[in-house]
Design a protein around this ligand. Structure first.
Ligand code: SF4
Length: 357
């Protein structure tokens, strides 16, 4: 790759900045172990450091090593993941922990090939684990790094296009040093996250500003270029908030594949009629149903509008289907519920009924 600056210049600028301003106190670095780095890197996929920190600390308290994570139930793992989103990451972490115990004697693998064999680990995450945990030369090219490099080189073409992605990986590989890899990779990720931000980058504080082509010749925010985003489709769902006479709420375990896979949620239907049919099929007496405030939630590929309806049954009856479970207020605190569903369950009216207030 041809660059307008030397590797040495770039590396020096980045490492000097890290020494003075880098985030040296991240919780996964105190102490740094391959297990803690691996957990943090999975959590950091598509998620900001400030969001991850409290989840990481809670997760590590519950599962301090790979053996305890492998032995835990998936419900417990997802409970500790709840709120962090992209739940497939939690399921994959759990699957990987079992593999690491079974096939790698409890040691997080230290080669690119073996890391890539673990579920949920792509090239950039594998690179970050190798660099951070083992200080081995490995390339990372996550969203933050791509932004810095695309601006530094004023790279033409939208993210996602093969030629653009290939060019960004080449740049990332070119600049990654063979020594001080952990510091360099942490530094460039930190610069992307805190200086070269998506909007209003703090170029005045940037160590590579003097040779940044987007800063010198253009508007940094114009890079990386993006394909015009289409309006996300809106999906409508109806959810039943069913309470029984013991003040328990009905939850349904979602299939392991798809949105919120493996999490406990409220029974969900594609139409109001389908929800009505489900309630009638139970053949149990309930007080008048009550529509609750709809709730919006956005995913990467679509928006969701949930219409919750509350039913209070006059009895406590059982379901044969093990995917349905009545859960008390105390039980709710031990299960992983998706954030929007947790918000509905936290509606005042439901909380009061479950606590008999
Ligand atoms: S000068 Fe500005 S745009 Fe260029 S890399 Fe630094 S922060 Fe990003």
């Amino acid at each position: 790759m041809i660059s307008h600056v030397s590797k040495t210049w770039f590396k020096k600028k980045i490492l000097n900045w890290y020494l003075a301003h880098g985030r040296h106190d991240l919780p996964w670095k105190r102490p740094i172990t391959p297990y803690r780095v691996w957990v943090s890197e999975i959590m950091l996929q598509q998620t900001q450091v400030s969001t991850v920190i409290p989840y990481f600390e809670k997760f590590i308290r519950a599962f301090p090593d790979v053996y305890q994570l492998a032995d835990a139930s998936i419900d417990s793992v997802l409970h500790h993941w709840a709120g962090l989103g992209y739940y497939a990451r939690g399921r994959n972490l759990h699957k990987s922990a079992k593999l690491i115990v079974k096939e790698f004697a409890g040691e997080v693998p230290n080669t690119l090939e073996t890391l890539l064999d673990l579920p949920g680990i792509g090239l950039s995450t594998a690179g970050a684990i190798l660099a951070q945990a083992f200080n081995t030369k490995a390339t990372i090219c996550d969203g933050n790094v791509k932004r810095v490099l695309a601006r530094f080189h004023r790279l033409q073409g939208p993210l996602g296009q093969k030629a653009v992605e290939d060019a960004l990986w080449q740049m990332a590989h070119y600049y990654t040093p063979t020594k001080q890899v952990a510091d360099y990779t942490q530094a460039i990720m930190d610069i992307g996250a805190t200086i070269c931000t998506r909007v209003k980058p703090l170029c005045a504080h940037c160590p590579v500003q003097s040779h940044c082509q987007a800063y010198q010749q253009d508007k940094p925010e114009n890079f990386p270029q993006r394909t015009k985003s289409k309006k996300l489709p809106l999906h409508l769902k109806w959810v039943g908030c069913l309470l029984n006479s013991k003040q328990e709420i009905l939850l349904e375990k979602r299939p392991t594949q798809g949105i919120w896979g493996g999490l406990w949620s409220l029974p969900e239907f594609t139409s109001e009629q389908a929800l009505d049919c489900f309630i009638s099929s139970l053949g149990k007496k309930t007080s008048k149903s009550q529509e609750l405030l709809p709730l919006k939630h956005s995913f990467t590929h679509f928006r969701l509008l949930l219409h919750p309806t509350l039913y209070h049954f006059k009895s406590a009856f059982l379901f044969k289907n093990p995917n349905f479970r009545w859960v008390s207020a105390q039980g709710l605190a031990t299960l992983g519920l998706p954030t929007p569903i947790q918000k509905i369950v936290n509606y005042d009216i439901i909380v009061k009924k479950m606590r008999k207030l």
